[in-house]
Structures are given as C-alpha cells and as structure tokens.
Design a protein around this ligand. Sequence first.
Ligand code: ADP
Length: 161
Amino acid sequence: MTIALYAGSFDPITNGHIDIAIRASRLFEKVILGIFATPDKYLTFSLEERVDLATRAVAHLPKVEVKSYAGITVDFAKQVNAQVIVRGLRMSGDFEREFEMAMMNSKLSPGLELVCFMASHEYQFLSSRLMKEVASLGGDINSLAPKHVAEALRKKGTSKV
Ligand code: ADP
C-alpha cells in the first residue's frame, strides 16, 4: 500500500488544496494531509483551527486523513510510513522552492519520493494568503474554499493576513 503525505501549512485549506488531495487519492491508497504546526510565516489560524477546518473539508474523501506534525517533514513521513511526499505546483514561483526542498529532503531521507501535481487551471491563482487578503477586504470567497472555511475567515474579520 502506498501512503502519501500531502504536507503544508493549510492556513486555511482552499479548494486548490482539496483538488490536490482528491487527485492524490486517485493515485495512492492513503493520503495523509499533514498540517505543519509552525511554518516560518504569519498564521491566521491556530493549529487546532487549521486541523478542524481541513478535517471538515476532506470529510467526504475516505482515503484522506488529516494529522498535524511539528519538526522535519521527512521525519513525520517516516513516522506515518509514507513513501511519497505530495506537493502542488502553481505556475507562479512554486517550482524553485519545491525543488530546493526536494533536494534537501532527498539528502535527509534518500528513499522518500516527491510527487508534484500541477495545479488545475481554475486554481492556478489561488493561495491561502491571497484568499485571506480578499476576505479581509470583504470580497466574496465562496468559490475559493468550502463554506465553513469562508465562514471562519469572515469571523476572523479584518485581522491581519
Ligand atoms: P506551504 O506548505 O508552502 O505553507 P500551503 O500550505 O499553502 O503551502 O500549500 C501546501 C501545498 O499545496 C504546497 O505544495 C503548495 O504549493 C500547494 N498548493 C497551494 N495552493 C495550491 C493551489 N491553488 N493549487 C495547487 N497546489 C496548491
């Protein structure tokens, strides 16, 4: 059984993330959506909130399970017996960062493979950061994330993004 770890900060989960989770679950027997506790960026949602929002967002996907982790991603991959790390690539600048991380990960854990999914057309422009910016300015984000995520963002109001 091939287990894939789809790792990220998911602050919060968007339809672009969900699209990747769906596509990964067509290829792998199990997809663990791993939420990194302490990414090096400003977070809008606490770890508990990010886990709750993501868990509800993928509840309809039987092969996808949400877990959180701290520390190095490759160590978490080992812990959950994942043979593959999944990431998504948008046209605008993801590639170099992913390449750099992949090189480091392969040094740290030589057997672990990286599988990158090209972002779907409709989600190329979508990032959690941009979605939060639109929401904080009162824009309609209903087509960018599940209802409960849009609602959670509305509740955060105009807090910093
Ligand atoms: P990071 O892990 O860099 O904090 P995110 O948590 O936002 O990034 O995203 C996790 C993974 O999902 C990353 O590989 C990112 O490139 C990818 N991703 C984010 N948004 C999209 C999208 N709209 N379409 C496809 N992949 C995406």
